[in-house]
Write a protein that binds this ligand. Structure first.
Ligand code: IPE
Ligand code: IPE
Ligand code: MG
Length: 244
């Protein structure tokens, strides 16, 4: 059967930075009578499609929430499986990502990961650092509160004076230093919560929640989200341009 192609015009104002809470892998697997890890594998496969679509649509930054500081509370088998999948993905994909012009970044704490995985993540970041087609930022062992705690600790260690603290300084002490704030946060699988993701950075992001489970969130689904974004009126507390 021929693949169904939907030709929809890509809007002009594509978000510069999209952040995704990739949720619903477990439910995707359950619906098929498969183990949860099969859902995580399908979710990982899907990520390749979404990365490709981001490049096609001209998105410059993609941040993905892949493992939260709270996900350590899952059964050991699932946590270990997820760590293993990350390692495998790096081994299998890093050269292609490098060739495609993708720059890898990591946000979160690496020190709790096993040394071999930690090294792999650091090396992937290092070897792709000159790429600029798409920055793919992986939130792994990431928590928004943990990030803020780390930032406060570091500011105190650096002897920062209270009068010198402002929004920009705080942003520069976060794991995301140097990255623009996300313009849109997408959450798949229908949950209406932030789950400790980019709680500082997403203060004015547009939200898009879909019931589609992450492994099924394909190019067309991403395009729908981008179209929805393009129709929003971002007021930042001011008045709409049309009302001036
Ligand atoms: C998201 O899918 C991936 C991770 C949190 C690692 P889930 O594993 O949370 O899937 P559901 O929410 O149980 O369906
Ligand atoms: C958020 O999903 C974390 C990731 C997608 C990595 P969760 O499934 O862990 O979030 P909750 O538990 O539903 O809030
Ligand atoms: Mg979930």
């Amino acid at each position: 059967m021929m693949a169904k192609t939907i030709s929809v015009t890509i809007p002009k104002n594509v978000p510069n930075h999209i952040a995704i809470i990739m949720d619903g892998n477990g439910r995707w697997a359950k619906k098929r009578g498969l183990p949860r890890l099969a859902g995580h594998r399908a979710g990982t496969e899907n990520l390749r499609r979404v990365i490709r679509a981001c490049v096609e649509f001209g998105v410059k930054f993609l941040t993905i929430y892949a493992f939260s500081t709270e996900n350590w509370g899952r059964p050991t088998e699932e946590v270990e499986g997820l760590m293993h999948i990350l390692e495998e993905v790096i081994d299998k994909e890093i050269h292609e990502l490098k060739q495609e012009g993708v720059q890898l970044r990591h946000i979160g704490r690496l020190e709790q990961l096993n040394p071999q995985l930690r090294e792999k993540v650091l090396r992937s970041v290092e070897i792709t650092k000159d790429n600029d087609r798409l920055t793919l930022c992986i939130a792994w062992n990431y928590g928004g509160r943990d990030e803020i705690v780390c930032a406060i600790r570091k500011m105190i260690e650096d002897g920062v004076q209270p009068k010198d603290i402002n929004d920009d300084m705080v942003s520069n002490y976060l794991f995301t230093a140097g990255l623009p704030d996300p313009d849109m946060v997408i959450r798949t699988s229908g949950e209406m919560r932030i789950s400790n993701f980019l709680i500082w950075q997403a203060s004015y992001a547009e939200w898009y929640v879909t019931n589609t489970l992450w492994p099924d969130f394909d190019r067309e689904e991403l395009l729908k989200a981008i179209i929805s974004f393009s129709e929003r009126d971002r007021r930042y507390g001011r008045l709409s341009n049309c009302n001036e």
